[in-house]
Design a protein around this ligand. Structure first.
Ligand SMILES: *[C@@H]1O[C@H](CO)[C@@H](O)[C@H](O)[C@H]1NC(C)=O
Ligand SMILES: *[C@@H]1O[C@H](CO)[C@@H](O)[C@H](O)[C@H]1NC(C)=O
Ligand SMILES: *[C@@H]1O[C@H](CO)[C@@H](O)[C@H](O)[C@H]1NC(C)=O
Ligand SMILES: *[C@@H]1O[C@H](CO)[C@@H](O)[C@H](O)[C@H]1NC(C)=O
Ligand SMILES: *[C@@H]1O[C@H](CO)[C@@H](O)[C@H](O)[C@H]1NC(C)=O
Length: 292
């Protein structure tokens, strides 16, 4: 019983009231909950955040400035939910949005899209209400966003391939980011030869909305594989805005279907000559098996 109480108490003090992140309280009634975040360039960062205030918030503002500065300046603004504000740094315009559009929920979570390594740094929260005095900057803590190089890979889905049967390959970009859709490039790599010609139909990019701020980006390649494609490499390159790319390569394994090579022309013959046709097919198959 004692252990149970101790556990409950220590959990509720280590974690914020909401059970995640860390809580920093500045004055009575003014606390912020967030945690440091690591994300990859080209993708997005989701920063969970909540706060308490003694006035009803109307606008949420995020600054980015050096760790040692107690209060960031207006020119350090990277986001302002007041769309009329003209102080947002041009490099951040349109890349940051609130996860919860209703500011009165005191939910300061944001998503930063099209991440750049230079987005790394310390972020400070400010809230403003209706009244003249209803303004508060949380100087008690800044959250650290660390943007690393792009490491996640694209995902290449290849169904079983049979000679002459149309298939669709799918390439899905890493991350579920609602930022700029990436550009997909499909490439053939014959062994020891480079050819970029793909004999098939490619969808440039398809975007699927998962939630209001999460999207999945993918591209498909539809083609009829032939035995010549067996053992060739195919790759899908995903290029994000800002120049980050990731590539995935797979070797095609095309199942050989002898009927595609022998049956043509005989299928429409009347049944009287079916016997002849069958004989030809059997001969053809034997020939192919010998060649194979
Ligand atoms: C974030 O990282 C900084 C620097 O490493 C550290 O001082 C701070 O306590 C961390 N904040 C949280 C919420 O973990
Ligand atoms: C903030 O809002 C987002 C989106 O509605 C939600 O997923 C998240 O759980 C909320 N966070 C808190 C602390 O309420
Ligand atoms: C194949 O690519 C290599 C390196 O990119 C290049 O040097 C070579 O000329 C290319 N070969 C053909 C046939 O395009
Ligand atoms: C590509 O699409 C066009 C039009 O939909 C179709 O005529 C053509 O056969 C397709 N090519 C392949 C290789 O699937
Ligand atoms: C996805 O969401 C965007 C904006 O939120 C909207 O413009 C678009 O039509 C949606 N696409 C689909 C397929 O629902």
């Amino acid at each position: 019983m004692l252990v149970f109480i101790w556990l409950t108490v220590s959990l509720s003090t280590n974690k914020g009231a909401l059970g995640w992140g860390e809580q920093f309280c500045q004055h009575l009634g003014y606390c912020v909950n967030f945690e440091n975040i690591t994300a990859e360039a080209g993708l997005c960062a989701v920063i969970p955040c909540s706060f308490t205030s003694r006035f009803e918030p109307k606008y949420i503002i995020w600054y980015k400035c050096e760790y040692h500065k107690e209060i960031c300046r207006v020119s350090d603004t990277v986001f302002n939910s007041d769309k009329r504000s003209s102080n947002v740094q041009s490099g951040f315009k349109g890349r940051v949005s609130l996860l919860e559009p209703d500011v009165t929920q005191k939910n300061c979570s944001i998503i930063v899209n099209d991440l750049r390594v230079s987005d790394s740094g310390y972020y400070q929260l400010r809230v403003e209400g209706e009244g003249e005095k209803d303004k508060f900057t949380f100087t008690v803590a800044k959250l650290l966003l660390s943007v690393t190089d792009l490491n996640q890979k694209a995902e290449l889905k290849i169904p079983p391939l049979t000679d002459g049967q149309q298939v669709t390959l799918t390439c899905t970009a890493p991350g579920f980011c609602s930022g700029s859709p990436p550009i997909f490039t499909w490439m053939w790599r014959r062994k020891a030869e480079n050819s970029s010609h793909i004999p098939g139909n490619i969808t440039a990019s398809t975007t699927e909305n998962l939630t209001a701020v999460a999207q999945s980006h993918s591209s498909t390649l539809t083609f009829k594989p032939s035995v010549e494609n067996h053992n060739t490499d195919i790759s899908c390159k995903v290029s994000f805005i800002g120049g980050k790319t990731t590539e995935e390569t797979a070797t095609l394994n095309v199942n050989f279907n002898p009927m595609n090579h022998c049956d043509s022309g005989y299928g429409v013959l009347p049944w009287v000559v079916a016997g002849v046709s069958l004989g030809v097919n059997v001969l053809c198959m034997i020939q192919i098996l010998v060649l194979w």
